[in-house]
Design a protein around this ligand. Structure first.
Ligand code: GCO
Ligand code: MG
Length: 409
């Protein structure tokens, strides 16, 4: 019976993105596990939660008791949920699954029921400053074998999510505003997006699956209008049409359009996602697994979704660590109701720090078939990439409308 001897956090930013990993060590010298605890906007708060609260709570416990450890740690703060505590829990929970897989000599997906598919189809991110650049970038992915492409285009002069054009441009910025980045207005964006998909459908044809992320940027009634207008372009999904605070709008939009809806990267607890699933108001669950507490919660959530026809589309940007991507992949392979996996192509440095980072091939993510999560962490290399200096420690600066009002990022 392996006993937990240490619960440590490792902070590293090989590609400039702040990643937090939890390492759980046992009294069996070679037996340890890794979990993702990356909350990139508040990483130091997660480190404190792990080191000061979870580590003393868990040392001496049998690492095999994953469910009991999860349940006990979850209520040990009395006040629970939220991204800080959930990420801390996730670091431990995923590490315990990693350990259990290593003990069994099997990849974790085997413990979850085995493979439903050979690999997990990915969607790539194509972006552009204009239609030509976006179309070219989408084509590049299609030529590499991708069948799913998310398309985001800059709205000229504004800081548009996902388009790469976040820098401050003088063009639209009123001189009286002291902005840290270009402003944002929902109107021009809502007028542009349908034209963008008209162009892409005509140029790229019917076969490719197109996706788009609204990133909760638009007032709800404008978002409903957008979802209706986009129906004719047959998106694979439209993501984060509303903010979690506006969840009730899903009841309204659902009656008006069959545009498939993906939601949930910002969710942190059951009260947010259970009603949307049980009432069949969304089509894809986009949860960021470490933000809901880790693999144990995510596998329950996936099972619940299966009964209501909701498919999985786990959040997979660069601020999910390679350990988190490895955890996503275990569920992608084992869950019948898999929908799609978001891809992030990690740079060479990150892949060196994390040997075993899941491989991308032919537009899909593949398991390396190693026991546990199949991933390791080179601690001495990780130490060479400390968190970058930043006045806000990684927190996001405000984005404002032309009148100065702060909007959601
Ligand atoms: C996505 C997301 C990300 C988030 C990021 C926040 O769909 O991939 O919206 O790009 O903005 O993970 O840290
Ligand atoms: Mg998103």
């Amino acid at each position: 019976m392996p006993r937990i001897t240490a619960v440590r956090t490792i902070c590293t930013a090989p590609d400039g993105i702040r990643l937090v990993i939890v390492k759980v060590e046992t009294d069996e010298p070679e037996l340890y596990g890794l979990g993702c605890a990356t909350f990139t906007q508040r990483p130091l708060a997660v480190v404190t939660a792990v080191q000061e609260y979870l580590a003393p709570f868990l040392i001496g416990r049998n690492s095999e008791d994953i469910e009991d450890i999860y349940q006990a740690a979850y209520v040990s703060s009395y006040w629970r949920s939220g991204p800080v505590l959930n990420n801390a829990l996730s670091g431990v929970d995923e590490a315990l699954w990693d350990i259990k897989g290593k003990q069994a000599g099997m990849p974790v997906y085997q413990l979850l029921g085995g493979k439903c598919r050979t690999s997990a189809p990915l969607y790539a991110h194509a972006s552009g400053r204009d239609l030509q650049e976006l179309e070219e970038n989408a084509r590049k992915y299609m030529e590499r074998g991708y069948r799913y492409v998310r398309c985001q285009m800059a709205v000229r002069g504004y800081s548009t999510y996902g388009s790469g054009a976040w820098t401050l441009s003088a063009e639209k910025t009123p001189p009286h505003l002291q902005l840290e980045q270009a402003p944002w207005e929902p109107g021009p964006y809502c007028r542009q997006v349908p034209k963008m998909f008209e162009h892409l459908r005509v140029q790229l044809g019917d076969e490719v699956e197109l996706l788009h992320d609204v990133h909760e940027r638009v007032p709800a009634i404008q978002a409903i209008g957008l979802a209706k207008e986009l129906e004719q372009y047959r998106l694979f999904f439209l993501e984060d049409l509303f903010a979690p605070e506006d969840n009730e709008y899903f009841r309204i939009v659902r009656q008006q359009t069959s545009t498939p809806l993906a939601m949930g990267e910002l969710f942190v607890n059951q009260a947010e996602y259970v009603p949307l699933i049980k009432d069949r108001l969304i089509d894809f669950i986009r949860v960021h697994i470490s933000d809901i507490g880790g693999l144990s919660m995510a596998r329950k959530l996936a099972a619940m979704c299966e009964f209501f026809g909701v498919r999985t589309a786990w959040h997979g940007p660069g601020d999910v660590s390679p350990v988190g991507h490895a955890a996503n992949l275990q569920l992608d392979l084992a869950c019948h109701n898999f929908g799609i996996q978001e891809q992030h192509e990690f740079g060479e440095r990150t892949r060196e720090v994390f040997p075993g980072t899941p491989q991308i091939r032919d537009g899909a993510l593949w398991s390396n078939e190693r026991p546990g999560l199949g991933i390791d962490l080179d601690e001495s290399l990780a130490a060479k990439y400390p968190f970058p200096e930043h006045p806000l420690n990684g927190a996001w600066p405000a984005i404002r409308r032309l009148d100065g009002t702060v909007i959601r990022p």
